[in-house]
Design a protein around this ligand. Sequence first.
Ligand SMILES: C[S@@+](CC[C@H](N)C(=O)[O-])C[C@H]1O[C@@H](n2cnc3c(N)ncnc32)[C@H](O)[C@@H]1O
Length: 354
Amino acid sequence: MTRYRTHTHRATYLIVYPLRQRPLMNKPDQKFEFSRVSLNNSLVAGATQAAATVNRTLINDDNSDREFEFNDKDFSRVRALILKIAGISLAPSKQSMVYSRLARRLRACNHNKFSSYLDALESNPGSPEWEQFTNSLTTNLTSFYREAHHFDLLKKQLQSLSRSSRIDLWCSAASTGEEPYTMAITAMEAFNSMTPPVRILATDIDTKVLDHAKKGVYRMDQVDKIPDDILRKYFLKGKGESEGLIRVRPEVQALLTFRKLNLMDSVWSLRPGFDAIFCRNVMIYFEKDVQMQILKRFAPLMNPNGLLYAGHSENFAMARDYFSLRGKTVYTVNTDKAAKTGPSGENQQHIITA
Ligand SMILES: C[S@@+](CC[C@H](N)C(=O)[O-])C[C@H]1O[C@@H](n2cnc3c(N)ncnc32)[C@H](O)[C@@H]1O
């Protein structure tokens, strides 16, 4: 056995590779193990999980051990389709991820290889399976108060706005709801009211996560970073069969409208007048030109001084004609330019808000 030592600031693990084998070769019997050197339970759990992922990858990369035939051509087809439908640009390294995510769909639709699943999909443009295909390939990682500094700023922004007319906010990649519910709670805190003059439109391409979001039910461990006083004010704790679960209060849910919206669609059917758009951790999946097209269409939907909140690793500097950086990953709309622009959303019908 060859042993490699990796260090983190709190723990050290030994990664054990079988002798004379390079790591990440496609042999299903190759397993990584982590043996603990110094004790830290959460890191050990993380390392064990990472080892399991690597082992799954080893197994999945070898077609001979796979349940379904899946080759480079199939992967290229999947990449082209999801790029076209959702704008999602999948890196070449995502081949195993694609296999494991879509294998479930092949099972559900009784296909024995990827090519026949993809043939069936492509020969039926109206098939409901397109929705399942898309849902399977989105990445929905999110959490309450993610990038918490945005909510401090949102609170200040809301307090600076007049209470006399309704304030509209849009959460454009809402995932399972943690982000738009945090926006709603922030609005309630900002106005010190359970009925603030705020409405939030929460959209996503993925219908499965939207169903979850509408329910507003989460596991206790998903809310463990929320301060106790906020939990008590805005959540209901599950009892009996719902023990271990927590639910967003109906007053919070009342501020939100959930709707499917694909940012790639040529028509969004949105009425302008948003004071803030949250578009966080979704643009990273898109190519720059796609990001630019979307940003151009955000601008005319926003009120003067409206703020665009981006994800921590997203940079919209290329859209400086439309948005100016105001602080850490927050941009102010340039109203003049936005007003003159009828993006490619030139003739888009502006109809629905929350
Ligand atoms: C990583 S999650 C980010 C969730 C949340 N905004 C956050 O920052 O915590 C990305 C979300 O973008 C959604 N998404 C991906 N492509 C999309 C598209 N073309 N239109 C709308 N939503 C999309 C995914 O379904 C997913 O829920």
